[in-house]
Design a protein around this ligand. Sequence first.
Ligand SMILES: Cc1cc2nc3c(=O)[nH]c(=O)nc-3n(C[C@H](O)[C@H](O)[C@H](O)COP(=O)(O)O)c2cc1C
Ligand SMILES: O=C(O)C(=O)c1ccccc1
Length: 388
Amino acid sequence: MGQRWADFQYEIYLNGMTGATPRLPTDLTRLEELAEHRLPPRAVGYVAGSAGSGTTAAANREALDRRRIVPRMLRDVSERDLSVEVLGRTLPAPLALAPVGVLSIMHPEGEKAAARAAAAQGVPYILSSASSTPMEEVASAMGDAERWFQLYWPKDPEVARSFLDRAKASGFSVLVVTLDTPMLAWRPRDLDEAYLPFLHGVGTANYFTDPAFQAGLAKPVNEDPNAAVMRFVGMFSDPAKTWPDLAFLREHWDGPIVLKGILHPDDAQQAAESGMDGVIVSNHGGRQVAGSIGAADALPGVAEAVGDRLTVLFDSGIRSGDDIAKALALGARSVLIGRPYAYGLGLDGQAGVEHVIRCLLAELDLTLALSGHASPASLSPSDLIEHH
Ligand SMILES: Cc1cc2nc3c(=O)[nH]c(=O)nc-3n(C[C@H](O)[C@H](O)[C@H](O)COP(=O)(O)O)c2cc1C
Ligand SMILES: O=C(O)C(=O)c1ccccc1
């Protein structure tokens, strides 16, 4: 038997006997509005914003909402286990915290607080290349808890190698390579505020502390921060990369490699042929290509193309336990969340992130039970109907 995630429900009601209620809403779709009221406008604008007029973020919701769970009865759901096998490790539940950069704009403890929350709840933390805190510090805040490193693949191969070496030395076990952000998209909310966190030196900590990055600067970072920011902007990602370049990562990283931002089944096939271990079906939470396919609509095709060869993960638009159940039914082994935990962090620090994780997993546990499933493995596409 795994952890009893649904017990959080009783815990809340029991606490209510002394008059206590949760500090944050348990319907996580309400966090965005709260964040908009309570947090600095440019910071929350950066997190909540999407590409273009928000069509893809809306498509993510529409693709999940259009599918409905068809519950089954009398199937003994008294003993449930949410654990899943992902890339050779057993996770206590099908959830991880997505790589979200620049988290210090949400809370002074930024990535460290989010990482501690993930560690406390036993879910993997995926640290962004664009972290506000160097990866070594985030790692040491986590003990030996499960952590993965997300790579924005720098143009300078020495910096790329150095990041991989540092991540390995700091105990990050899985490499997540984000492919959908060779440049930032047209994001009107940030453009209208003329706001880009990096230009304020936020989200550059891994670079500014890196020996290979520093080697390319005429002066130390603190003597000429603008030059350092310019070097970061010029190299953080590389639009010239193509599929054969993945051999470099395979050569310099011993552990599993997962490609993030896959939406086309043929790209998933290429990932398999390139020796990758997994893919994350994602459109970056609607922050990159406006007018793109809703991520959940891409999931069945990718799962069909590579589900037997690669680990298929999913993000973009997950806001509830039933959303997770739908993604699993469509072929994902586990999901990631981005904005919901970023809002939790902004509103209540580490405790806010833990609240988000516990709400989602309690709701998932109850959704599975009430739909006749004792474990994630029993979900399949036939548990959903799609209405038009
Ligand atoms: C503020 C913000 C920063 C992000 N930074 C990164 C990043 O550094 N690397 C990355 O691969 N994805 C990044 N993402 C995308 C997330 O990893 C994830 O794909 C997305 O948030 C999932 O959609 P959701 O927010 O609807 O859950 C970021 C997303 C947000 C909202
Ligand atoms: O804002 C983002 O979506 C994102 O992925 C990003 C990219 C570079 C640095 C920080 C975040």
